[in-house]
Write a protein that binds this ligand. Structure first.
Ligand code: HH2
Length: 257
């Protein structure tokens, strides 16, 4: 999954794709480079981010979605109206980092179109989530949360076969907790739904390299995290640098046989 952030403030690529022509061209390049789908988002969820109003989010993403009609697109949003408009323009997947908790209309928006949905774990909310993340056991807690969100989604009329799950790397987690989630990924795979992992460029990848106040991590570290997640059962890797990840994952798949 290639990341196309149409925002001024995303943590690693804010402002890069604000022009819809530039964003659409980047998305097409990602698909050419081997992405299965591109994830278009108009609201940053980086630590400390402030929410974006509906009108502004629509203004950012709709021109990009219009330019990508007919191509495999995911919409990264927590707002049902944004999801509805994206699905009407052909998006196939709704990537909701709040796992259907933020907008009471979101589950219906997904169900009425029989769309795919990615349910992600987050402790707290972006503005404050990195202040003091706390768990009994991070992996069991995330697994229990995701299991409960699947039950909620199915109850709301979403076909279980359409659901993907994501541990939410960096969303209310310390560096150690992020790495533990990858180490013990098989415990999330055991939930029975495909697992999405988004470790690309995240700050834990800079911190583990010895930069305590890193805001991002380098490409080499992103690729290592993606391969480690793949080897532990991840189905989809959400990444900014598609070509390099496709190359690395092709090799990892060849080794796996
Ligand atoms: N991470 C980000 C945003 N959306 N969605 C899923 N399913 N999983 C993730 O790990 C994930 C996500 C944050 O990364 P990015 O989109 O690059 O930054 P920002 O939120 O600052 O736009």
């Amino acid at each position: 999954m290639g990341v196309v952030n149409v925002t001024p403030d995303s943590f690693s690529d804010g402002g890069v794709h604000l022009d819809p022509d530039v964003a659409a061209a980047a998305a097409r390049q990602m698909l050419e480079d081997g992405a299965t789908i591109v994830d278009v988002g108009g609201e940053s969820t980086r630590p400390g981010a402030e929410p974006v109003a509906l009108d502004e989010e629509l203004r950012r993403v709709l021109p990009v979605l219009e330019r990508l009609e007919g191509l495999p697109v995911s919409i990264d949003t927590a707002k049902a109206e944004v999801a509805r408009r994206a699905l009407a323009l052909g998006a196939e997947l709704v990537n909701d980092v709040t796992a259907l908790r933020s907008d009471p209309e979101m589950a219906a928006a997904v169900a009425e179109r029989d769309a795919y949905v990615c349910l992600m774990h987050m402790q707290g909310e972006p503005r404050t989530m990195q202040i003091a993340p706390a768990y009994d056991d991070v992996v069991s807690d995330v697994a229990a949360f995701l299991d409960a969100r699947v039950a909620f989604a199915v109850e709301a009329g979403i076909d279980e076969e359409r659901i993907l799950l994501d541990p939410g790397i960096g969303f209310g987690k310390t560096m150690e907790q992020n790495f533990e989630l990858i180490r013990r990924l098989p415990e999330l795979v055991a939930l029975g739904r495909p697992i999405v992992v988004g470790f690309s460029r995240k700050s834990s990848l800079g911190r583990v390299l010895g930069i305590p106040d890193a805001k991002t991590g380098p490409l080499s570290a992103s690729v290592a995290a993606a391969v480690a997640a793949y080897e532990r059962g991840a189905t989809m890797l959400r990444v900014h640098d598609v070509r390099e990840h496709v190359e690395a994952l092709t090799v990892a798949a060849a080794v796996a046989g």
